[in-house]
Design a protein around this ligand. Sequence first.
Ligand SMILES: Cc1ncc(COP(=O)(O)O)c(C=O)c1O
Length: 416
Amino acid sequence: MSDIFERITQDLGPLGQHMDRAHGYFSFPKLEGELGARMKFREKEMIVWSLNNYLGLVNHPEVRKIDTEAAAKYGMGNPMGARMMSGNTDMHDELENVLADFTKREDAMLLNFGYQGVMSCIDALVNRHDIIVYDKECHASILDGIRMHVGHTYSFKHNDIKDCEKQLARATKMAEKTGGGILVITEGVYGMDGQQGKLKEIAELKKKFNFRIFIDDAHGFGYMGATGAGADEAQGCQADIDLYFSTFVKSMGSIGAFIAGPRNVLKYLRYNVRSQIFAKSLPLIVVEGMLRRMEMVKSMPELREKLWHNVNRLQNGLRERGFDIGKTNSPVTPVYMKGDVPEATSMVMDLRENYRIFCSIVVYPVIPKGEIIYRIIPTAVHSDQDIDETLRAFTETKKKLDEGLYKAADIPDMAG
Ligand SMILES: Cc1ncc(COP(=O)(O)O)c(C=O)c1O
């Protein structure tokens, strides 16, 4: 027998193992000041490329005013209890109608948090006879939802339609034995590599196989497509996506989430999604704030236009300078480089300390050894100057990386 606390305090896990040297700088950094394109990090002003504030709503003066007024009107706790028991209001219903209309679905349901919401919706949708087919690179919330599934699951290689078809064929055979159905899960826009899920192509497979599709469009909602309704609007396949999910924590700059789909399915979900039945409903501050944000999204196409202007300027600039940004077809901009972890660490420090560029970095063990991915998220509140300074910084630091100038010995202990 062993002691649980002894084990977990000795092995802090794959991310926690570097805590002593990284905490407060590479992990858990504190960005200070007004949320936006330029913020303070350890007293220095940085151009920030790490916020999924796609439309720039989080600190928009109108949004700040709406949220402040709603807070004064309702306080944080209103309403009390779960929707099913005592926490329902007309405004919750109204927001669900607005979201259903906007995403061109019959009905929608609010969820308190995206993470638990996704898990709990997956849990409610399938029983032990059903089979889940999913993209291997789906978000942790989806993977955790799938972990709760006691039936069969098949994963397909990221965005690989041939493999998806192969797994659907296996799932179909299995479903014939179990008597269950098949749920395919993918994302609208993948937050790591910026690729849109191949929604239209997956939906086409419905001609060959019998299944339902659930998409998590956390990174696409609010700006993808002609009206901002999401990646399925952008791909012209809204009618073929059975269930559409998004969180409010990215383009909307808020908190909470929703799922939209056919009226009869939503009727079932309202009475079976455990993260909603057994948890407090979304505060009215959030609900009223979301109603007004949705009005802004619908009436201010200039926010989307500015975002795409910035996306094009940044991504074209990187490509023209010879950077590898993979197959992104969304604002999420990965910059792929070669180098070991100390080189990547040293380069990030150079970017922060000398060029005042703050962006996230992904290295081994999250991705294979020798690879570095910088993740840049352009938003509607970045300026041409922010982009041009960043392009210059990347060009200069990449040159240093290629010349072998970043060395492990140069990395001071940055924890604190
Ligand atoms: C794809 C995806 N799904 C779900 C979530 C979880 O949403 P929330 O932060 O609202 O819990 C996130 C991250 O926020 C996400 O990126």
